[in-house]
Design a protein around this ligand. Structure first.
Ligand SMILES: [Zn+2]
Ligand SMILES: [Zn+2]
Length: 135
């Protein structure tokens, strides 16, 4: 496949994903809501070594919430790019918001729906919902 090119909002960080995502899902956990400013993150999971930083490695910062895995963002613009303990994990979730609007792979599941907020609307899209992770 052609590598998928991703970037943060300011364009300081650019990266490529060289393998197709194994799964794409929307995470509704509280951490993802807090870092996204919305309903959570939508991510594709891929082998960590299929993610290559092309530019802006020095801008990347990670934050590990208590009881969670490291989330990595651009220190200039705050865009969240990777989760799941990247780059030390075997697999890593890549936020689909890093790709252009034309990227069209849709989420295949909702995860951590036990953490849906009182203000949140969970769409009736027919996708499987998991209390925690997809099994
Ligand atoms: Zn940035
Ligand atoms: Zn999450």
């Amino acid at each position: 496949m052609t590598a998928l090119l991703g970037s943060c909002l300011c364009g300081g960080v650019r990266f490529e994903v060289t393998e197709p995502f194994v799964t794409v899902s929307q995470c509704h956990c509280e951490f993802c809501k807090r870092i996204s400013g919305g309903y959570g993150t939508v991510s594709g999971r891929v082998q960590t070594d299929a993610i290559r930083i092309l530019q802006g490695q020095e801008l990347l910062r990670s934050y590990t919430p208590e009881g969670g895995s490291a989330k990595t963002f651009c220190s200039t613009c705050g865009s969240n790019l990777f989760g799941g303990g990247w780059p030390d994990s075997e697999m890593a979730p890549v936020r689909l918001s890093a790709f252009g609007l034309e990227y069209d792979r849709k989420p295949e599941a909702h995860t951590f729906v036990r953490s849906v907020a009182a203000w949140e609307i969970l769409p009736e899209d027919g996708l499987p919902r998991y209390e925690i992770r997809a099994t």
